[in-house]
Ligand binder design. Structure first.
Ligand code: ZN
Length: 349
């Protein structure tokens, strides 16, 4: 298990949802409960090593990374902590394609406007430790890639904050940098000609999907609650999205109705596995969100620990070098056991 204490430095404190400040569920204690459960299960601890930005900048615009790195200090310098009294970076206006029409936008001079250039929601607030935590999560993923590249069959990265909602140039969905996409790109750079990303998080990984949508060397497969039933990310994640251009037929979305449990979910995981039999990848990245579990407050899916263990067995059957990256999962009492269950299944095969 690769981890970093730096990943706990991001303290969202709250989410701004429909304009209301509500308590967030993506809390630093997630790291403690996962780490403790995996230590109890006998997983050795490996601290993440610092990596340069090569793989990061291969999947993200440099401007997004620079924004995340600098926006909080700009927010402080502009006086927002005192007036109007907002201690987190929260955007208020978004230069959407519909707003701009054919007019090319200028970069906003005001930092409270620039905040909306790179964010696509108001939930995903940024505080003093956010960038360092997100960057440490990237180092966790890259250290796991190093382990697998050196011959380990599987390496787990305890990434926090999660990452699969971040596109090439925009963050959201409680995510800031796309750890799974960086891992996939790093595996490509290390010599894997074809890499598959399987996303088990309860929500569609729109960021990873968008980053690789037109690529023929990275496959994206996801099982998630149907965005058409009113769930995040709402606008994408539908079965009709199968890739485009060189990436045609390299995306597979399996949306499930709310209330789906182990039977439906594992059937979907089986479909993803079958698709990979045809794609014949050289390496696998698993976006392991465990928020599809019944007790999780963030999704209406009803997957059990046994379900996660069986998903691990199914994906281990691909017999691929595997980097498992933590995504969502918010029920602190069961979160660690769910992650341990998946990893025990993946190690069993
Ligand atoms: Zn999720």
């Amino acid at each position: 298990m690769v981890w970093s204490p730096q990943t706990q430095r991001h303290v969202a404190g709250a989410e701004i949802w429909v304009g209301v400040r509500i308590p967030g569920t993506e809390v630093p204690a997630r790291v403690d409960v996962i780490r403790d459960a995996l230590v109890d299960a006998g997983h050795p601890l490996v601290e993440a090593r610092a990596h340069d930005d090569d793989a990061l900048l291969a999947v993200h615009d440099a401007a997004l990374v620079e924004h995340l790195r600098t926006v909080y200090s700009g927010w402080v310098d502009a006086g927002f902590l005192d007036d109007p009294g907002q201690d987190r970076v929260v955007p208020y206006v978004f230069p959407t394609a519909a707003m701009l029409g054919p007019i090319p936008p200028h970069e906003a001079a005001a930092i409270h406007a620039r905040a909306g250039t790179y964010a696509y929601d108001t939930m995903t607030v940024l505080g003093p430790g956010t960038y360092d935590a997100a960057r440490a999560a990237v180092d966790c993923a890259l250290t796991a890639v190093d382990l697998v590249t050196a011959g380990e069959p599987i390496a787990y990265a305890l990434c926090r904050p999660p990452g699969h909602h971040v596109t090439r140039s925009a963050y959201g969905g409680s995510c800031y940098l796309n750890n799974a996409a960086v891992a996939a790109e790093a595996l490509r750079a290390a010599g894997s000609a074809r890499v598959a990303v399987v996303d088990l998080d309860a929500h569609h990984g729109n960021g990873t999907a968008a980053i690789f949508y037109e690529r023929d060397d990275v496959y994206y497969g996801s099982v998630h609650v149907d965005p058409g039933a009113g769930w995040f990310p709402h606008f994408v994640g539908f079965a009709a999205e199968t890739g485009a251009g060189a990436g045609a037929d390299r995306t597979l979305n399996v949306p499930l109705p709310p209330g789906s449990g182990d039977v439906e979910w594992l059937t979907a995981v089986g479909r993803l596995r079958e698709a990979l039999d045809a794609f014949r990848p050289d390496a696998l990245v698993v976006s392991l969100g465990v928020d599809a579990a019944a007790a999780d407050p963030e999704s209406p899916l009803l997957v059990t620990g046994d379900g996660y263990r069986e998903a691990g067995r199914l994906l281990a059957g691909l017999r691929l070098p595997s980097v498992v990256v933590q995504e969502g999962g918010y029920h602190l009492d069961s979160l660690g056991e769910l992650v341990a269950a998946y990893l025990s299944g993946h190690a069993d095969e």
